[in-house]
Design a protein around this ligand. Structure first.
Ligand code: NI
Length: 225
């Protein structure tokens, strides 16, 4: 499931984040990729040992953790600290699949990557190219979102970032280990949750809606690991 999460940040919040990032010390992104991914990766990365990094990473995670749509779709168990990349001067990231396991540098905690997330931090009008192309069973999807919006997509999908031919594209990205490892189960739970929210707002908390909500939680109990 590909899901657009709108307005994780307001335009003013994005502006503040972007200013801090733009002033920062960027390094070659290939350094942080595995040997195969490094060949495909042509971008810059914000160093995780920079003094500004911890608070930037926390700001992104905290905003997503407050977003009901994100929580319902991802059902996160662990979120890897967010990192930041910057594409400029033809920078791109060729077709690849993300590593199945990532390690949190701080805690040493290992995480299975169920879901990939990108938060767009540059105004799409300010750069050419840079679309995130995600291939799934329904075909190829071009994603270029307003600054402050996020996309979540299955980490199992083949994806790439098209060359940025003018301007620059800054984004935050991370991976999530979900409480529900199976993507189809997650998608069914998400649809059920969204439908329940709509029904509840239309007709209130009837006995039937309480019963269906019970089913949602029983399925979540059944499918979570
Ligand atoms: Ni990737």
């Amino acid at each position: 499931m590909l899901l657009h999460i709108p307005e994780v940040f307001t335009p003013a919040q994005v502006e503040t984040l972007r200013k801090t990032l733009q002033a920062g010390p960027w390094v070659d992104g290939a350094a942080s990729a595995g040997p195969l991914a490094a060949e495909a990766k042509h971008n810059l990365q914000f160093p995780t040992d920079a003094s500004e990094y911890p608070s930037l990473a926390k700001t992104i995670a905290a905003a997503l953790e407050r977003h009901p749509l994100f929580l319902s779709a991802a059902l996160p168990q662990f979120i890897l600290p967010f990192m930041f990349n910057r594409y400029t001067d033809g920078g791109n990231y060729g077709d690849h699949i993300d590593n199945a396991i990532q390690t949190d540098r701080n805690s040493g905690q290992r995480l299975r990557t169920d879901i990939s997330v990108t938060v767009f931090l540059s105004d799409p009008e300010s750069y050419e190219g840079g679309d995130l192309i995600i291939e799934d069973t329904y075909g190829s999807h071009e994603v270029k979102l307003p600054a402050g919006d996020a996309i979540v997509y299955p980490s199992s999908s083949l994806h790439r970032v098209e060359p940025v031919t003018s301007g620059e594209r800054i984004a935050a990205f991370s991976w999530i280990q979900s409480l529900v490892p199976d993507a189809w189960h997650r998608s069914m739970l998400f649809n059920l949750d969204m439908t329940l929210i709509k029904l509840r707002s239309q007709i209130g908390n009837t006995e039937e809606i309480v019963a269906l909500t019970g089913h949602y939680h029983n399925l979540l109990r059944q499918w979570s690991r």
